[in-house]
Write a protein that binds this ligand. Structure first.
Ligand SMILES: [Zn+2]
Length: 153
């Protein structure tokens, strides 16, 4: 809660800051959103990569995500299929923390909520999704619209 506001002025929503990491700690992430986590869509992508990891992902185009890499040599930027995104996987412990798409000098990301320290804030069921039929152009457009502005440092 914010401090008292003048009458008639709605308090600005607090930004929620969620942190996570891979199992060994080489890859850390911070996801910030002004949304109640309960209203964000949790997606279970049906592609053969996400299915094998049991990935459950969220994004907020009005939010922010930062991935912090302790040792870049131990980060696997795994890419497959149309090659339009890099899936960030720790070479040491094997955890998939999220995916990033570079686009026109910007970057957009999803996070794997399984890698959060408090995944239980997302109590809603994951919605199965399939993007198999998208072209690369459609895929980029969807991610620009729905993924979270991101940095990888
Ligand atoms: Zn790790």
């Amino acid at each position: 809660m914010t401090a008292a506001e003048p009458d008639g002025v709605a308090a600005r929503p607090e930004w929620l800051r969620l942190s996570g990491a891979c199992h060994c700690g080489n890859l850390a992430l911070t996801f910030e959103t002004a949304c109640d986590p309960g209203v964000l869509a949790v997606r279970a992508c049906g592609c053969s990569f996400c299915r094998r990891h049991g990935g459950r992902t969220v994004s907020d185009p009005q939010g922010r995500v930062e991935f912090v890499v302790r040792d870049p040599a131990l980060l696997n930027r795994y890419s497959f299929g149309l090659g339009t995104a890099q899936f960030l996987v720790c070479r040491t412990c094997g955890v998939y923390v999220g995916a990033v798409m570079a686009d026109a000098g910007s970057a957009y990301a999803i996070i794997n909520i399984n890698a959060l320290h408090t995944p239980e804030v997302f109590a809603q069921a994951a919605v199965p999704v399939s993007y198999d039929r998208e072209s690369a152009t459609e895929r980029r457009a969807r991610r620009r619209a729905l993924w979270t502005p991101a940095t990888v440092v």
